[in-house]
Design a protein around this ligand. Structure first.
Ligand code: R5P
Length: 286
């Protein structure tokens, strides 16, 4: 297997794909040694977040070059964007998860390797819209950190909703019930978000240390509601971990901590400015 690495994945290898931007912000891609990849098995390492639209288009430029050389292309991207809209909730909604998978397949990707992909129920091999996906999980990495954090003290692992229940499986943890409202425009008429109604559970957490694990912290609402509910039920110390730190909004870290949480931890699946200020665990180098 040969690696093709973009500058956005330089922690996974020395970049051998050039990506630059024209003064008008459009992307430029060059693979200097493109001919040396003829008929080889290639894995492309590229992050698709932040700026997912731009990163996806750069990926298409890369794939347009690579697929002329080989049919054997895998893509490693630690966080898959556009995965949240995985069904048509309202009539006429575009299902972005399917569109992206179809697009990658049509551009020659034989297998996508990613972490805790939002629309998949657990780690393993899956197929969506014809695309083979190897979904890996950071749940063990997150759990190991929690074990270290609490040391000799006991703790319970909790996931805020069914979708993340596999995060708790190996730790005999618990899953809460989350109810969202229908997605609505937010204040400025161009944003859309499904507000969370409730996150609740029947677990006895009084006096117990808790570790809440989820696939992603985006607006932070899930974590905030979960912490608030568990605090009301008398939880002792609460820490929260997620594979992907999207942090879509202002002061999310501060607001989560303010709800009564002692520590937030994520992995380096997304590299961004605010993630630098949060405890970040390294994903294994593939
Ligand atoms: C939901 O289904 C996911 O597992 C996460 O709980 C959710 O996407 C987190 O989003 P937010 O931080 O905006 O509540």
């Amino acid at each position: 297997m040969q690696k093709l690495v973009t500058p956005y994945c330089s922690d996974f290898g020395k970049p051998n794909i050039v990506i630059k931007h024209f003064p008008d912000t459009e992307s430029y891609v060059q693979i200097p040694n493109i001919k040396s990849f003829k008929n080889k098995k290639i894995t492309i390492y590229h992050r698709l977040y932040p700026e997912p639209d731009k990163r996806i288009f750069e990926l298409l430029l890369i794939l347009s070059l690579v697929k002329k050389q080989t049919k054997n292309i895998e893509l490693f991207t630690p966080y898959l964007p556009y995965a949240k809209q995985d069904k048509e909730n309202k009539k006429g909604e575009a299902v972005s998860a399917d569109i992206l998978c179809k697009l990658l397949k049509s551009y020659g990707v034989k297998k996508l390797i990613s972490y805790d992909c939002h629309f998949l129920p657990r780690a393993g091999s899956f197929k969506r819209s014809g695309l083979n996906i190897d979904n890996q999980s950071a749940s063990k990495i997150l759990y190991t950190y929690a074990e270290k954090y609490f040391g000799r003290e006991k703790f319970l692992v909790i996931s805020p909703d069914e979708g993340a229940s596999y995060f708790t499986e190996n730790a005999q943890g618990h899953t809460m019930k989350k109810k969202r409202k229908e997605s609505q425009e937010t204040g400025n008429h161009t944003e859309i978000y499904a507000h969370i109604d409730q996150v609740e559970c029947d677990i006895d957490v009084k006096g117990k240390n808790l570790c809440i694990l989820d696939d992603v912290i985006s607006t932070g609402s899930t974590m905030m509601k979960t912490i608030e509910h568990l605090r009301k039920k008398g939880a002792k110390k609460i820490i929260v971990g997620a594979t992907h730190g999207v942090f879509a909004g202002i002061d999310i870290k501060k607001r989560i901590l303010k709800c009564g949480c002692s520590q937030i931890f994520i992995t380096d699946s997304i590299l961004s400015e605010h993630n630098k200020k949060i405890k970040t665990l390294k994903l294994p180098k593939q």
